[in-house]
Design a protein around this ligand. Structure first.
Ligand SMILES: [Zn+2]
Length: 215
């Protein structure tokens, strides 16, 4: 079973992917985390990713993304299901992903698009902070009360992603509109896209996803 979960920033795609991974015993592939994991390795591609992320501080190229997807998918047993969280974001990435899946005898079974409005995305992301230590996402006004607070779970220091500001989010939403919407359209034409209202509670969205899971 190969599932894709897509959505704008703040849609809850990470949480929903995690729920699916637990429930169906799927490998959860989040590109950011996978790249970090590869960058810790001492092999050629690991060193290359490390240099791009920590020295050049730019985004990894399509070639690297393609190679990483290929290596990652190839590392699982063929009957191991996967949930892709936030990948593919562009038509190029969609092509690499499909090629890599095909090579290992897999296909995309279902794509979930968790839709929220631009205003809701901005509202949610503006309240989002991260714990530097345990990596948990912390919500201002709920988990923390002010910028000088520490993580309530581990007392680690909290920071905010540089682009988790209203301007940063607006830019990301424009990129989503321009680059990811065509990917969704592609999946819609394939008849495998399920669109959900992501402004409902996590539990309600999760129930909708479960109802639409392939057999
Ligand atoms: Zn923490």
């Amino acid at each position: 079973m190969n599932i894709i979960v897509l959505g704008k920033a703040g849609s809850g795609k990470g949480v929903q992917s995690e729920i699916l991974a637990k429930k169906f015993n799927l490998e959860h592939i989040d590109m950011g985390r996978t790249l970090r994991e590869f960058s810790q390795k001492k092999d050629a591609i690991g060193q290359e990713i490390y240099a791009i992320q920590n020295v050049k501080k730019t985004l990894v190229s399509s070639r690297i993304l393609r190679e990483v997807l290929h290596l990652k998918i190839g590392s699982f047993r063929s009957d191991q299901g996967i949930v892709f969280d936030g990948v593919p974001r562009t038509l190029d990435q969609e092509q690499y992903l499909e090629e890599a899946l095909q090579e290992f005898g897999r296909r995309i079974d279902k794509v979930f698009f968790i839709d929220i409005s631009k205003a809701e995305s901005i509202r949610r992301i503006s309240r989002r902070w991260n714990c530097d230590h345990c990596g948990k996402i912390l919500i201002m006004g709920k988990d923390i009360k002010k910028e000088t607070d520490r993580c309530p779970f581990c007392q680690g220091e909290i920071t905010r992603r540089k682009d988790d500001t209203p301007e940063g989010i607006k830019k990301r939403l424009e990129v989503f509109q321009k680059e990811t919407m065509p990917v969704l359209e592609y999946f819609r034409q394939q008849g495998i896209l399920v669109e959900l209202n992501g402004e409902k509670s996590i539990e309600k969205v999760s129930r909708e996803i479960l109802k639409n899971m392939p057999d």
